[in-house]
Design a protein around this ligand. Sequence first.
Ligand code: SF4
Length: 91
Amino acid sequence: MSPFPDELERRCPRLGGPVRFAYCRTAAARGGVCPKILDCWWERFDVVSLMRKALSGEAFARLSQPHRPPNKVASLIDLIRQARERTGQAP
Ligand code: SF4
């Protein structure tokens, strides 16, 4: 018997429709765990303990990192800097 509650279902904030846990634990590139799995499932069952047992220490540590979108202001400043470098303008 699988240790995973693969039949549990929830609405996926990325896809906008229902997905099963089985999908979430294989949704990432090369069949890996979706990086949002802890955020999405912690209210339904002890997903932290389950994934800690199922994954390597390194893989679990990556899941535990907060997933922040890139800072938009820093990205804009970097784009401006790159444009100035291309055109030879001083900052
Ligand atoms: S863990 Fe990933 S695939 Fe699953 S519901 Fe959350 S965002 Fe969607």
